[in-house]
Design a protein around this ligand. Structure first.
Ligand code: BGC
Length: 674
């Protein structure tokens, strides 16, 4: 299970940083090379630690890089891009999360081979380990300069104040304090050899190599957050073994085996997707950012991606991780209550881009590429489906694990607060005698401030209805606890919610089986994605908002009604799923990587298994192929695409287990319970 790339291409540095990412749920180390620096986007991203600098976007923090290293021979620095390179390969073993680079240099009369491996330990999450070996055909003298690079890549930094460095024997330390909350981040790096000298905070090693001899330098680093204690007596071999053992356990409960003809590449892509999900599973109280641990894009914030695209994998493979993700939302309920209140509503309106529960989404989230002025966007104010996505996550987690304690310890209260929000947000149309959800954004973000988005209305209906049912079920078993929760909502609150749900407008499919995405969508210009793409003046321009090329047309950013049809298929017949799948296809840009898997699932549900396979590959291969948008207006949005990885897993386990293309003979799904 090894991903390999031969040759060095400087154009691919950022892409490979994502593709060869290693991680352990706490730290993500981008797939960059030892000699690279901030200009190559080296990143040691910390999960769930946020910092904000005045006037800039708040985002996750990157730690100092413990594995920075320069190699000199005869005074010349050898890098992967210097003219002495004969051969360069880099690989990632997704079976155990080990990154390796091998570079062969011509050092005048002989070849010098540098091999450097590293991993973020899954067994000891504070630990990152690296082993460097040098071997040369001739005798040489070289110098290694290794140290903790504190001049790090940051999108909206600098996030550290009071940076200091120290050294003692074979250990280097770097210390910083985050600007906003004063959280200490310490990076410790221990070398397996005593340096010849430490100068300018870097350890210098003189290397005298006889022909054929091997020189080894191990580095064991620890990233300590908020004053955590460091571990002692660590060595590379032990950490390596423990890490491999842990990964073996992880694969045992998470693998999905495909059997069939010509499916090897797809099998690898699926396992690579699972690898991405495994390296993101949080080990402490936080959730998963939309770009995972690949950097600070999207402010390191948590979106609906986690609940709708990632959670199903964790529920099946590791319910403790699933619980941590759901608990993150329960814990951040206060942020959702405050957000609702700030708009004049009661109940829980969750953050569109959640950090510590506070919405990190700005009112001006896109920059116009022509005027360079910020564009007013409504993702934060109007994408109210986020609360229902979270409610569905709690409901699904409960339904699949039976964990009543989660509902009793905040889960039910969260569901009720979400119900209260929708109840208050809705408008009762006295003429049509129904509740409506007006002025919203659905998953398709290109059409802002629309009325009765089908996805939003159905999701709200389903979750509120199910909340009242759960109240009834649990009341019988835990009357005191449930009454205590319900009391704070006033008398007969469940009846109020039930009545509301019964009167909420749920758009129906038309005579062709198609559901209108929102009121008036069918009246928009019947232009396809290609038509609209042809109207772009600048390739980076934003398609949505008030003046975007898609706004007045039927072109949508991502699956919307189709997303609804695969999320809540019980409200659609098979024929209707197929009709919506076909209708919306030419209008869907797939401008978000979340979209492909919804189309794949819809194709499976309507018997188009070979089409489903194509959509599935788009989802599974996105980070292997280096796909996905890099820019939204002038804002960098590159990084890995965890939701697409989770989506690929959903298609394999929920789609292809029901409807397979002929060449796919079998799908075997592993889980924690088998
Ligand atoms: C998509 C959202 C998604 C976000 C983070 C946006 O481009 O439209 O649906 O949640 O990216 O992945």
């Amino acid at each position: 299970m090894i991903l390999t790339s031969k040759g060095f291409d400087s154009e691919k540095t950022v892409e490979y940083g994502n593709k060869f990412l290693t991680g352990n749920g706490r730290i993500g180390y981008r797939g960059t090379l030892d000699e690279m620096t901030r200009e190559h986007c080296v990143g040691v991203n910390i999960a769930g630690l946020y910092d904000g600098v005045a006037g800039k976007w708040r985002e996750t923090v990157n730690a100092f890089n413990p594995f920075y290293l320069r190699l000199y021979v005869n005074g010349k620095q050898l890098t992967a891009w210097c003219d002495s390179v004969i051969d360069h390969t880099q690989s990632l073993d997704i079976g155990c999360g080990v990154f390796e680079r091998k570079t062969v240099f011509d050092v005048g009369g002989g070849k010098l081979e540098l091999v450097s491996k590293r991993f973020c330990s899954m067994a000891n999450r504070k630990v990152l380990a690296s082993r460097l070996t040098l071997r040369c055909e001739t005798n040489i003298n070289a110098e290694l300069v290794a140290g903790i690079d504190t001049d790090i890549w940051e999108l909206n930094g600098p996030h550290f104040a009071n940076v200091s460095k120290e050294s003692k024997d074979n250990v280097l330390f770097a210390h910083g304090i985050t600007q906003e909350n004063g959280t200490a981040v310490d990076v410790v790096c221990e070398f397996s050899r005593l340096p010849d000298k430490v100068a300018d905070d870097f350890a210098h090693f003189a290397v005298h190599l006889e022909a054929g001899q091997v020189y080894v330098l191990d580095r064991i680093a620890q990233v300590l957050i908020g004053g955590e204690q460091s571990l002692f007596d660590l060595n590379f071999d032990n950490e390596y073994t423990k890490n491999v053992d842990k990964w073996r356990e992880l694969w045992h409960k998470s693998d999905v085996e495909l059997a069939g003809e010509g499916i090897e590449q797809a099998q690898f892509a699926l396992r690579y997707s699972i690898y991405q999900l495994l390296i993101l599973a949080p080990e402490r109280d936080c959730s998963i950012a939309a770009r995972g641990l690949s950097g600070q894009t999207y402010k390191g914030a948590v979106f609906w991606d986690t609940e709708m695209f990632l959670l199903p994998f964790y529920i099946k493979t590791d319910p403790n991780v699933a619980k941590r993700l759901v608990e993150y939302r329960i814990r951040t309920l206060n942020g959702a209550l405050a957000k609702a209140q700030s708009y004049g509503y009661k109940g829980a309106f969750y953050a569109w881009e959640s950090q510590d529960g506070i919405d990190a989404c700005s009112d001006f989230n896109v920059t116009d590429v022509f005027t360079h002025r910020p564009v007013r966007t409504y993702f934060k104010d109007k994408q109210i489906h986020i609360s229902a996505d979270i409610a569905l996550a709690i409901i699904r987690y409960f339904e699949q694990t039976g964990d009543e304690q989660l509902l009793l310890c905040g889960g039910l209260e969260t569901l009720l607060q979400i119900g209260l929000f929708y109840y208050g947000y809705s408008y009762f149309n006295h003429i049509k005698k129904r509740y409506e959800l007006l002025d919203v954004l659905g998953p398709d973000e290109y059409h802002e401030r629309v009325n009765n988005n089908a996805y939003t209305n159905y999701m709200a209906y389903h979750c509120v209805k199910r909340t009242t049912e759960l109240c009834d079920i649990l009341s019988g078993k835990y009357p005191d606890e449930i009454n205590a929760v319900l009391d704070s909502f006033g008398p007969n609150f469940c009846d109020t919610l039930r009545n509301w749900a019964d009167k909420l407008y749920l758009p129906k499919c038309n005579e062709n089986g198609v559901m209108e995405q929102f009121d008036g969508y069918f009246k928009l210009e019947d232009a396809t994605v290609e038509d609209v793409r042809g109207r772009l003046v600048n390739p980076r321009e934003y398609w949505g908002g008030t003046t975007g090329v898609a706004t007045a047309t039927r072109v949508i950013k991502q699956a919307d009604v189709v997303m609804l049809a695969v999320t809540l298929p019980q409200y659609f017949s098979t024929e209707q799923i197929e009709a919506n799948y076909k209708f919306y296809m030419p209008y869907t840009e797939h401008g978000s990587s979340l979209s492909f898997c919804a189309y794949a699932l819809a194709a499976c549900k309507s018997g188009h298994s070979e089409d489903a396979w194509k959509w599935f590959l788009q989802s599974a291969e996105i980070d292997l192929a280096g796909g996905g948008k890099q820019w939204a207006g002038d804002v960098y949005i590159g990084g890995t695409h965890p939701a697409a990885s989770g989506g690929a897993w959903m298609v394999a386990t929920q789609g292809f287990t029901q409807c397979r293309p002929t060449f796919l003979h079998k799908v075997k799904v592993h889980g924690y319970d088998n």
